[in-house]
Design a protein around this ligand. Sequence first.
Ligand SMILES: Cc1cc2nc3c(=O)[nH]c(=O)nc-3n(C[C@H](O)[C@H](O)[C@H](O)COP(=O)(O)OP(=O)(O)OC[C@H]3O[C@@H](n4cnc5c(N)ncnc54)[C@H](O)[C@@H]3O)c2cc1C
Length: 547
Amino acid sequence: MSHNYDVILNGCGPVGGIASLLLATRGFKVAVIDLNKSPYPHPRAVGLNGYSMSIIETVLKDSWKEFQFTSAVEVGYVMGITKMDKPFGKMEPPIIEGKVLDLDKYGFLNWFNQPQLEKLLRIQIKKNKNITTYFGTESLVLWEEKSRNCLQIQNTVSGKTETITSKYLIGADGGGSFVRKQMGANLKTLGKAISFLVADIEAPASSLKEGMHFDAGGWQIIDPSGKRPTTFINMTGKKHGTYKNNFRFEFALKDGENFTQMQSPDSIEKLVEPFLRKSSFKILRSTVYKFNSMISEMWRANNTFTIGDATHQTSPFLGQGLNLGIRNTFNLIKKIDLVNKGVSEASILDKYQVECFPDSQFIIKQSLFMGNMLFNVKPHINFLRSIIYFFKGARGSPIDLFPAFVPETITVPNGFKPGKTNQKGYPMYNFMTKEGFPRSLREYKPFEYRVLCNNSSVEIDKVLKNIDKAIKPLCIVLSEGLNGEKTSDDILVCAPRKEDKKMHRKLFNKADYVLMAPGYTMLGTYNNGEEDKLFADYKSLFDLVAH
Ligand SMILES: Cc1cc2nc3c(=O)[nH]c(=O)nc-3n(C[C@H](O)[C@H](O)[C@H](O)COP(=O)(O)OP(=O)(O)OC[C@H]3O[C@@H](n4cnc5c(N)ncnc54)[C@H](O)[C@@H]3O)c2cc1C
């Protein structure tokens, strides 16, 4: 007799692990399969944004306190290792009222250790009664029969095969996805693949060489003459963070170089030595990666889906691969849940790709653009960069790259017109918490549909009162704070700098409501008196079952 589940997840990397826990807590019976008995040990993701952190906090439950992370407070673009203190471009969160934006919780970018995250996820998975694990198991054949997905799997040690079935099957099986191939989905290439030597080094911050007294952050080193662009990350915060004594190096490999020789401990030591004192570091793990920029053209085939790297792979220059995976997975799981609850028609499942594709493609391209800043060493680009360096870096006034790193708000094909509102307004909006800490609005309950209300939610609350609670959006009042308002459970007061107040006006641009999808997608803006239109537009997103 075959085992039957609500959902089978093929792959238990970080995205599959998170998906299984999100589904299990919504009552689904889940099977999780992974080729490997233990998490993948190689150096991979190091940076998570606030959105991902909030989902991880939710699913890790009691293991959250063990999860180590340190928020980055600076990321610089520098011309070479001798000019580390003179970045020509810098991304650092603003300091508002003497406090770094978002640093009281999780920052805009948080360093972490992917193998540790995967280990903690597996601990929660093992504890969850709704999840059955098949670790050390390979998926062999996938087919659909009588509206069910059937999967033949094989234990890699005993060789025993069995077939399991489910209503939904999700491929979370990484870049080489078995499920994506079985669905017949094509991968669209968005940019050239590049090879890097990636090394994780254990060392205290005190081993940094003279002149490198950095706080937790990252540096993209152009190296126009040596042609070895390098990413260098210090995970130890001077006064904050729990993930310590780790450095990440990513060295570009040149065509014709012997990749295996480059990976020898001697070669890595030579590459790391300009940064760290030799006697005080240890190579923890290293590997060579080819960074792809690809997106699948088909994310759903009936009740079979792909998530995470199985759907999109991006170069790491914005540190967004896993972040994208987590954000899009949450979108899909919410939709599966609504169909299961009888709230939405199955047609809503098509909107997973419709809603997430534009944002994902944009980020992959944005990451390529940032990579090009690092990689392009053509003479005219070098010349342009030296001019910027001369006027900006050398004079201690680097270009502010923070806006390039915060995901832009975009509209989706089934979204509504964002009216006159400036679409870039949303991500940079900062408010003060009740406790007086500056926070970015993009990290405020980003996994909810939200109606941002300009000064009052009275009228929209009346209209939304009767909506099914499964799809009820979060209504939150944003105030410019002109009358001394203070942040409370129902109102967020924008931060006091003139840039923040300006952003409030830019965000609404005379509108009274901004409707946001989870993540950073703006669906439309509305004025007072248009509450019924907002309600109708909003409901149309959910393909509601007619009663
Ligand atoms: C050097 C580097 C740096 C990165 N930095 C960042 C960063 O800073 N921030 C960020 O957000 N992202 C980053 N990424 C990307 C991030 O690591 C990936 O996006 C993430 O690991 C994808 O997770 P996933 O669960 O989708 O896939 P994976 O982690 O690849 O997991 C897939 C799982 O499926 C299993 N599997 C595969 N085939 C089968 C099969 N046939 N049957 C059963 N199981 C199978 C595998 O064993 C594996 O456990 C980086 C990646 C690299 C390489």
